[in-house]
Design a protein around this ligand. Structure first.
Ligand code: ADP
Ligand code: TYD
Length: 213
């Protein structure tokens, strides 16, 4: 049996990741492929703890939060029943909203990137994405989209911080260009236009797939 692909959407908050994830999921299912849509932080116990910290309900020092993101990721990957490694081995295609590049970018605004990369080394060893898709949208546009869709902005959503995160993403892509597959997608168009650009980037990864296998 063919292994499943692993496609990750990256981008700053409001860049359209979850919208594009759903559109790609629909497109793959229309081709009768087995698809699992997921996101980090997860809705499992460690991810739920992370979300409470992001909402400001609990306090946590930066290095501890970085370690919690890494721990949530390891559970997401290696859970014996529901983990991504198991699904991919069974031939399911996994599309994921955020993975370790999110940690490299967000957590390295206030800590050395090298440390964050080290903290996620086990995940990178266990599962590298077949493709990281970075949806590139200007910070101001992202903030307009977010404030139109919800009231309260979270911990990382201040304008200056998102601008710094965007810079860190590009620093991480450049630093890891030998070992990571990354494609930058212009995310400023309509959802349908961006979905077309996403398909141009990922479609070839599914060309050889026989859904009946
Ligand atoms: P993310 O998951 O990256 O935070 P979302 O997909 O949730 O982003 O999109 C954030 C907001 O912007 C949502 O209200 C969504 O409907 C809207 N949105 C998503 N994609 C686009 C787009 N291409 N153009 C305009 N608005 C968009
Ligand atoms: P998410 O729910 O994807 O937010 P959004 O849909 O608005 O993009 O992620 C929640 C927040 O967690 C977001 O601000 C990015 C941050 N984050 C990190 O700082 N490090 C990480 O490793 C991950 C996965 C997310």
């Amino acid at each position: 049996m063919n292994k499943g692909r692993f496609i990750v959407f990256e981008g700053i908050d409001g860049s359209g990741k979850s919208t594009q994830l759903k559109l790609l999921g629909r497109r793959l299912r229309e081709r009768n492929l087995k698809v699992y849509e997921t996101a980090e932080p997860t809705d499992q116990p460690i991810g739920s703890l992370v979300r409470r910290i992001l909402r400001g309900e609990l306090q946590c020092v930066d290095p501890a939060l970085a370690a919690l993101f890494a721990a949530d990721r390891l559970q997401h990957l290696a859970d014996p029943d529901t983990g991504l490694l198991k699904l991919i081995k069974e031939g399911v295609h996994v599309i994921c909203d955020r993975y370790y590049f999110s940690s490299y970018a967000y957590q390295s605004v206030r800590a050395p990137m090298e440390w964050i990369i080290q903290a996620n080394a086990l995940s990178a060893q266990m599962l590298k994405p077949d493709l990281n898709l970075f949806l590139d949208v200007p910070v101001k546009v992202c903030l307009q989209r977010l404030s139109a869709s919800r009231g309260n902005l979270e911990l990382y959503e201040a304008e200056a911080n998102l601008a710094a995160v965007r810079e860190k993403y590009f620093e991480a892509f450049s630093r890891l260009k030998q070992e990571e597959a990354v494609q930058i997608i212009d995310g400023r168009g309509s959802p349908e236009e961006v979905a077309e650009a996403v398909w141009q980037a990922v479609g070839r990864l599914f060309e050889t797939d026989d859904p009946d296998q």
